[in-house]
Design a protein around this ligand. Sequence first.
Ligand SMILES: NC(=O)c1ccc[n+]([C@@H]2O[C@H](COP(=O)([O-])OP(=O)(O)OC[C@H]3O[C@@H](n4cnc5c(N)ncnc54)[C@H](O)[C@@H]3O)[C@@H](O)[C@H]2O)c1
Length: 329
Amino acid sequence: MKVLVTGSAGFIGFHLSKLLLEKGITVIGIDGMTDYYDIKLKEDRNKILESYDHFTFHRNMLSDTEKIIEIVKKNNVDTIVHLAAQAGVRYSIENPKSYIDSNIYGSFSILEVARICSIEHLLCASTSSVYGSNVDMPFIENQRTDSQLTIYSATKKSMESMCHAYSDLWKIPITVFRFFTVYGPWGRPDMALFKFVRSALNNESIDVYNNGNMFRDFTYVKDLVEAIRLLSSVPPSEEMESDGYFLSPYRIINIGNSTKVKLNDFIQAIEKKLDLKIKKNFMEMQKGDVHATWADCSELENLIGFKPSIKVEEGISEFIDWYKEYYSN
Ligand SMILES: NC(=O)c1ccc[n+]([C@@H]2O[C@H](COP(=O)([O-])OP(=O)(O)OC[C@H]3O[C@@H](n4cnc5c(N)ncnc54)[C@H](O)[C@@H]3O)[C@@H](O)[C@H]2O)c1
């Protein structure tokens, strides 16, 4: 297997690439190194990946279709894991255009690469936020998803639809995964755990939305990338229904921890590990936020016999150990 990972210098792309490299798989990483957050963090992740001799990196934007086709052909890539995106729910309220560029146009570019290069399996990252204002929990893949609350989730839903169309038209096996709040070492500075720990260690207060009365299905990154690795070797196939109609080789899979954790309990776990009390500004619910997310992962478990299970106390502890070490240098 030869895998191209888009967004390889990003939080999840880094962990996935590292896991695949450790398993002896050749990885070609591409990343545009966008400045949405500290580029040094991306460069430091990339340095670790570049220490493996079966890793090669190309600094490219997703829109550079011709260049990516050349890379894929030259390296005989058979599998693409498409993680590069403009991430972040809240930033999409301030800067919606960058979501259209990376998540719609950029994903279209990767679909074209997959079609032109006859990729055997394309795996694309979507998000739990496509479930939008749904209140039926836990979220299950065949639930209706037509009530997105932000441009971020709307662009991810558009990507899902384009993936289905390409899978049907060109018979490209495509897996779309919906991630649920991923956290862990080398995490994103715009996400809650990073912000809370940074503020706590600087003796600053944190903003706690909806008075902490929100729930998230927190997924530890080590569990998440193991699920992606296992999914990469089970591409969906075209199936004939009893009425003779063919279903496209396409599937959507939730990857979450199948547990919902209250934000206040998450903060308490951070306080316990740091052995301090964090100063809090209790705030109202933010525009575009959802009250809860919670994944049904039975389909994932049926497919690969594995589902995430690492508890937040353990994941938070590993994140804080990494954070202290990384920022002590
Ligand atoms: N982290 C989470 O909790 C979470 C939850 C749901 C979904 N996701 C999805 O998982 C994927 C990975 O997220 P992450 O947390 O690792 O984010 P990240 O921002 O750390 O990584 C994304 C990477 O993509 C690159 N990139 C962005 N736009 C690009 C473009 N147009 N061309 C080339 N490179 C570009 C960035 O430089 C970055 O390194 C994203 O698709 C995101 O939407 C993440």
